[in-house]
Design a protein around this ligand. Structure first.
Ligand SMILES: *Cc1c(COP(=O)(O)O)cnc(C)c1O
Length: 463
């Protein structure tokens, strides 16, 4: 393709002292937003004196579970203390045992991979599709062994994964599908809500997520009553604690204590009533921003296949070196320079994850339970090598993300200014490409791998 000469070679970019495209007054609106209705919900619990799922007569947690199951379209929902606990409980309830292999995408949040490890199961990573950022079904099929028990299917950034192909492969091999929908509340795949397709599925209610609580929380959804009952026991010491009447104090299995909190449940119930309206406005705001970016061949905006909707939790934008007249190897330096230019304009362009999950030291160093689960009899201890995940490495190198700033329904005007910043950066592409061609560059994951464990020393006092 031919590159248009910019009108002026001298640049008005903020990184070289020009005015910002995004005025400072136009700050990021706080998230989670808190309405008067949300405040009243919290006060209702403070007045009730019933604060956890084990409080006799507690109604808010049961109410949230009922309403979330209805929203997602499942028979059952079990609330827990956070999204990572939700995954561990879900995997445990689905029957994952020590030494089982659990497949996890190489690009996700660390909790997707430590949840199986906490059950002494072995995480086995698969590469992503560089267009959807979700696990590549072909890589999934290739990773299945006779020990594979479950797949954690992450709907990364809010886009549903390729569920028909994944469930078909899983069914053929007798493997349990667990959706990790922490980033995808309300997203739909072929008419079904995420969290209703796998055998047992999880959501996070962390403050950063699209359906947030005033702190930490998680939700598990399933149509299977036995799985739901086991999840209930796993969240409360292996016991079945009745809503009313005498507690038996019998631990039927090895549980945790990850009971949810009623204040947070009430807050989320209130937020849930506002979720559909917020989703509609966000779709419009984000659509306008991405529509403007899509006009430039240098920025690759997220693609949404016809058969699904995107929850727009995180916006990941890739850069295309050829459109800047650069060789493909310069994708990393180009992304780095564009990210710096955009940040100077006032766009909070940040990385999401610095390395593929299999590069994390907890896995490369086999830092589990004294060498277990990898040392368990029968476990095949295969290497965790970042180089085995080229699509993940490429995406980490050539993309940046926008997080949180677009979540608030009133963020439309701010996102319009973000689009102006991209306009400005694109107009100055020749100058920026020239910098990218000569800049020193170290990929995120190499830098992350150089952070020594000795940085632990003194970290507590330095907080
Ligand atoms: C946030 C997140 C989790 C963990 O949720 P927490 O509530 O923070 O424990 C798990 N998986 C993914 C993909 C996430 O984004």
């Amino acid at each position: 393709m031919t590159i248009q000469q910019p009108a002026r070679q001298t640049t008005d970019l903020a990184m070289f002292g020009g005015d910002r495209a995004v005025p400072r007054e136009l700050g990021i609106r706080p998230w989670p937003m808190v309405t008067g209705q949300d405040e009243q919900a919290v006060h209702r619990v403070l007045r009730s004196g019933r604060f956890t799922s084990a409080s006799s007569g507690e109604q808010e947690i049961a109410g949230l579970e009922r309403e979330w199951a209805r929203f997602v379209g499942t028979e059952h929902c079990v609330a827990v203390s956070n999204g990572t606990a939700a995954l561990s409980v879900a995997l445990g309830a689905a029957g994952v045992e020590p030494g089982d292999e659990v497949i996890v995408p190489a690009l996700s949040f660390i909790g997707s991979a430590t949840a199986p490890l906490h059950l002494m199961a072995v995480p086995v990573f698969v590469d992503i599709d560089p267009v959807t950022f979700n696990l590549d079904p072909a890589a999934l099929e290739a990773a299945i062994t006779s020990r594979t028990k479950a797949i954690v299917v992450v709907h990364l950034h809010g886009l549903p994964a390729d569920m028909d192909r994944i469930t078909e492969i899983a069914a053929r091999h007798g493997i349990t599908v667990v959706e990790d929908a922490a980033q995808a509340h309300g997203a739909r795949y072929r008419g079904r809500s995420v969290g209703s397709i796998g055998a047992v599925n999880t959501f996070s209610l962390n403050v950063s997520k699209n359906l947030a609580t005033c702190g930490e929380g998680g939700l598990i959804t399933t149509d299977d009553a036995d799985v739901a009952t086991r999840a209930l026991m796993l969240r409360q010491f292996g016991e079945l604690i009745p809503a009313r009447g005498e507690r038996s104090y019998v631990a039927h299995l090895l549980g945790w204590n990850c009971k949810p909190n009623a204040i947070q449940a009430a807050f989320t119930r209130s937020r849930l009533t506002q979720l559909p309206a917020e989703m509609a406005v966000r779709e419009e705001n984000v659509g306008r921003l991405l529509g403007r970016l899509a006009a430039y061949p240098g920025f690759l905006v997220p693609q949404v296949p016809q058969d699904r909707t995107h929850a727009w939790h995180i916006l990941r934008i890739r850069v295309e070196p050829a459109a800047f007249g650069l060789a493909d190897e310069l994708a990393g330096p180009l992304r780095s320079v564009l990210q710096r230019a955009l940040r100077a304009e006032g766009v909070p362009a940040v990385p999401y994850q610095l390395q593929p999950l299999p590069a994390q030291r907890v896995f490369t160093g086999r830092r589990g339970f004294g060498g277990y689960p990898w040392a368990l009899p029968g476990v095949v201890d295969r290497p965790y090598r970042p180089g085995d995940f080229p699509a993940t490495l490429r995406v980490l190198d050539d993309s940046f993300t926008i997080q949180k700033a677009h979540l608030h329904p009133d963020s439309g005007p701010l996102l319009d200014r973000y689009a102006d910043a991209f306009d400005k950066v694109w107009l100055n592409r020749e100058a920026l490409a020239a910098i990218a061609a000569t800049t020193d560059y170290t990929p995120h994951w190499e830098r992350a791998s150089e952070i020594a464990d000795t940085e632990w020393a003194g970290a507590f006092d330095a907080r």
